[in-house]
Design a protein around this ligand. Sequence first.
Ligand SMILES: [Zn+2]
Length: 131
Amino acid sequence: MNEMPPFDALWFRILVGFLIGAALGSFSTMLAYRLPRHISTVAPRSHCPSCGTTLQPRDLVPLFSWLLARGRCRYCKASIGARYFIIEVACSVAGAAACAAIGFTPSLIAALALIVALVTGAGVALSRRQP
Ligand SMILES: [Zn+2]
């Protein structure tokens, strides 16, 4: 038998890469919002820019929170731009592709950092086009 260990199987690399990419996508949307506004990336905690309510963990699950709230703040119903969801999807797909191609090697960290940098840059550019 020449079976691959489960952690090296392609489906597992894609799944883990997708989940890591989703988390990094959420981080990237935070960077894309805060960096151009010179807001600390550490504090305050994530909040709605319209009503100021601090977001709860269930509001911060990448991809799902935006979908479940249908692109609106759960508290004040203000619209949340589709770019947040698009950035998280892009990061998830890029993370899955990088992990599938590279595997769990030190090069994956560099690839994921590059993905975050590129996606954050794109997010900043998008936010300058749309208020
Ligand atoms: Zn709100």
